[in-house]
Design a protein around this ligand. Structure first.
Ligand code: S3P
Length: 440
């Protein structure tokens, strides 16, 4: 167990090179696995989640060459769209803590030539997360998938070759992982596969498939993929900075007087911009410049200064666009007057931890008035910094990062137990905090 103490700071200052986006890193590796041309990926996320995907694509037949001077650059030589073979030694694919890996990979495995058997396992946290949400729609396409009776990992796929296109899938949960698993499987169907989303989701899979030449059409919240019969080639891909990692620093800079942080090249597609959008509505000072398109995704430089945040209302439809940032948003809510309410976020209970219960436990210990609801939370704002104290990251990297930011903005600092899980998405996070914290 690693325990980390983060002392209070007066402000945060500096320019940050953030890790490459985790969601895009998983997708780039998985699509490189089935690409017929070698793919150079730059600025790959180096956390444990993406390391699990790198190991999985190697286990499934891809060759990965790492740049000896820069570990964020890899060249992946894949096996083609229908070339995934089970590992020769019969070993299961260990998805470790990575839900995105388990769910998206399953979408690629189901349509491999008939009769190939793959088993997916994960750590304790992933093994308690719901997999029926992907298994059920994929089975409706004719896939052969077995899970435990609770609908969890281990998950066994017996590939069937061609899948059978069916009526549009109306997603019950606003999950990009489920949408992506269906779209990926749709490439192996005998007709068009359509997903109807309940809200705007991150659409990295759709954008990346288009770059591979796959026919993907969107009309509002309805997205369809056509079967792929020809070659499948992912062009070289640069992964922009992760907006979920950026959110931690945007929070610290907004809350602490005298702060000025520059965050270059942050991914800012609508499906990931929910947190920045809501902070802007609350009066945060976030200057956006150098808008560009990188590997099919909009990116921009952000410059964040301290601001006094005010009331706002969060639409339920916007929750999915900031789902991973909701723990940080609760902390922002502490710094504004009155009650700050988030509803429609029951999904928080199905993440790396039960984020509603675990947040309540952590915040109570740190002097933030947080009340968990069945599908969200209420935070009662205060005019002073939270006390700080001691919390357990509960094996959840987003809670570990939250603890670090509460430490900076608190009166006494925060001691975080089991802080090593931060490595899932952001190794070196606590060093970066120290580098930007002004404490003199
Ligand atoms: C992700 C989608 C979200 C998010 C997760 C990454 C993705 O999960 O919480 O961290 O890469 O598609 P859901 O799709 O289950 O909401």
């Amino acid at each position: 167990m690693t325990t980390v103490h983060v002392a209070p700071a007066n402000s945060v200052q500096g320019a940050l090179h953030l890790p490459g986006d985790k969601s895009m890193s998983h997708r780039a590796l998985l699509l490189a696995l089935v690409s017929t041309r070698p793919v150079r990926i730059e600025n790959l996320a180096l956390g444990e989640d993406v390391a699990a995907t790198l190991a999985a694509v190697e286990q499934l037949g891809a060759t990965v060459v790492r740049d000896p001077e820069n570990p964020t650059i890899v060249t992946v030589t894949g096996v083609g769209l229908r070339g995934i073979q089970p590992p020769a030694d019969g070993a299961p694919i260990d998805c470790r803590n990575a839900g995105t890996l388990a769910r998206l990979l399953t979408g690629l495995l189901v349509g491999q030539p008939a009769g190939r058997e793959f088993t997916l396992v994960g750590d304790d946290s992933l093994s308690s997360r719901p997999m029926a949400r992907i298994a059920d729609p994929l089975k409706a396409l004719g896939a052969k998938i077995e899970t435990t009776s609770r609908g969890t990992l281990p998950l066994k796929v017996t590939s069937v070759g061609e899948l059978t296109a069916t009526v549009p899938f109306e997603l019950e949960v606003a999950s990009a992982q489920v949408q992506s698993a269906i779209l990926l499987a749709g490439m192996f169907a005998n007709g068009r596969t359509t997903v109807v989303e309940p809200a705007v989701l991150r659409d990295h899979t759709e954008r990346m498939l288009k770059r591979c030449g796959v026919k993907v059409h969107r009309r509002g919240l309805k997205v369809s993929v056509e079967p792929v019969t020809g070659t499948f080639e992912l062009p070289d891909t640069f992964i922009p900075a992760d907006p979920s990692a950026a959110a931690a620093f945007v929070t610290a800079a907004t809350v602490l007087h005298g702060s000025l942080l520059r965050l270059p090249g942050v991914l800012e597609q609508p499906g990931r911009r929910g947190f920045v959008d809501i902070l802007e509505q609350m009066g945060a000072h976030i200057a956006v410049s150098n808008r560009a398109v990188v590997s099919g995704e909009p990116v921009a430089d952000l410059e964040v200064k301290h601001a006094t945040v005010s009331r706002t209302f969060i639409e339920v439809e916007d929750v999915a666009r900031m789902i991973d940032e909701l723990p940080l948003l609760a902390l922002v809510g502490h710094f504004r007057r009155g009650e700050f309410v988030v509803r429609g976020a029951e999904e928080l209970r199905a993440k790396e931890s039960n984020r509603i219960d675990d947040l309540e436990l952590a915040f109570r210990k740190m002097g933030v008035s947080f009340q968990g609801l069945k599908d969200g939370y209420i935070v009662r704002g205060s005019s002073v910094r939270p006390d700080g104290g001691r919390m357990d990251a509960a094996g959840d990297h987003r809670l570990a990062m939250l603890g670090g930011i509460v430490g900076l903005v608190s009166r006494q600092g925060v001691t975080i137990d089991n802080a090593e899980c931060v490595d899932v998405s952001f190794p070196g996070f606590f060093d970066v905090l120290d580098a930007i914290a002004v404490r003199a």
